[in-house]
Design a protein around this ligand. Structure first.
Ligand code: COA
Length: 249
């Protein structure tokens, strides 16, 4: 049973009728939801020899991710600021039921969060790629996670295509050029209305052997090690803002 709701302005608890009205209003604020197939976890062997588990994030893990992401929204290098700020809002929107049909995958190395990707269903056949954020750089963590996200849309959610934009030159190189994606500029992407690029089923399956790696199933023991998520050490990435970070936090 949820605890009684306190009205701080009136300095009293809400009546049960007031609580019922809030529940009804809340139900109206939430977008409808499509059924979504789960993403089966996989393990990816990185160039360092480390193993990264790629699995679906739990909504209960959003608060930890928000804590990790927030300081990065001040890091201008490689556009971490805009990507982190938007990802923060999307994950918060997922937790508070303010985004329609969103999912989030995480890359986890030895229990530590190494990267995040998310997206949503525009409808049953069209996917929207939101963001890819690498927290452990130099190992193509983001590249593997983006590939996992495309795998999810095409192979598990059974979609025809995914709409994508890049918000950084590295992103452009990794997605538009490496796959390569096609222009679909008549679609204004949800991320700021930028002209969208598209990954079709055909593009995905042509790129799959080059870019989509990983092993299934993941043993229970390895999967268990990816819970609970632990925060990465971002001191190096945050060096750029170390003078202002303390004051801002
Ligand atoms: C784009 C992104 C997801 C790619 O992730 P990734 O595949 O794990 O790649 P990395 O970030 O580790 O490396 C990308 C480039 O940065 C450079 N780099 C590598 N290690 C680095 C490090 N420790 N510090 C800074 N730059 C580094 C290299 O030039 C590398 O390019 P190369 O591998 O093609 O030579 C990631 O760079 C990122 O999160 N960027 C900020 C957010 C963003 O732009 N997201 C994508 C748009 S939606």
């Amino acid at each position: 049973m949820s605890p009684p709701v306190y009205d701080w302005d009136a300095d009293e608890y809400l009546t049960s009728e007031e609580e019922r009205m809030i529940d009804e209003l809340e139900a109206m604020l939430r977008p409808p939801a499509l059924p979504m197939a789960p993403y089966p976890p996989k393990s990816v062997l990185l160039a360092s020899g480390e193993t990264m588990v790629v699995r679906q994030a739990l909504v209960e893990e959003v608060d930890l991710m928000l804590k990790v992401i927030q300081p990065l929204s001040w890091v201008t290098r490689d556009f971490y600021d805009i990507v982190s700020a938007r990802l923060f809002a999307e994950l918060l929107g997922w937790k508070t039921h303010r985004v329609r049909d969103e999912y989030c995958l995480v890359g986890v190395i030895d229990g530590v969060l190494a990267g995040i990707v998310n997206g949503r269903l525009f409808d049953e056949k069209h996917g929207v790629s939101f963001h890819t954020l690498t927290l452990k750089r130099g190992l193509r963590v983001g590249s593997h996670l983006f590939a996992s996200k495309m795998e999810h849309h095409i192979e598990y959610l059974g979609q025809d295509e995914v709409w994508i934009v890049a918000e950084s030159p590295i992103g452009h190189r990794r997605w538009m050029i490496e796959y390569p994606l096609e222009k679909k500029f008549e679609v204004q992407h949800e991320l700021g209305g930028a002209p969208a690029w598209v990954l079709t089923r055909d593009t995905y399956f042509k790129a799959k052997s080059r870019l989509v790696t990983g092993t299934r199933p993941v043993s229970d023991e390895l999967l268990a090690k990816s819970y609970p998520l632990r925060e990465p050490d971002l001191r190096v990435m945050l060096t750029q803002i170390e003078h202002t970070l303390e004051a801002r936090v």
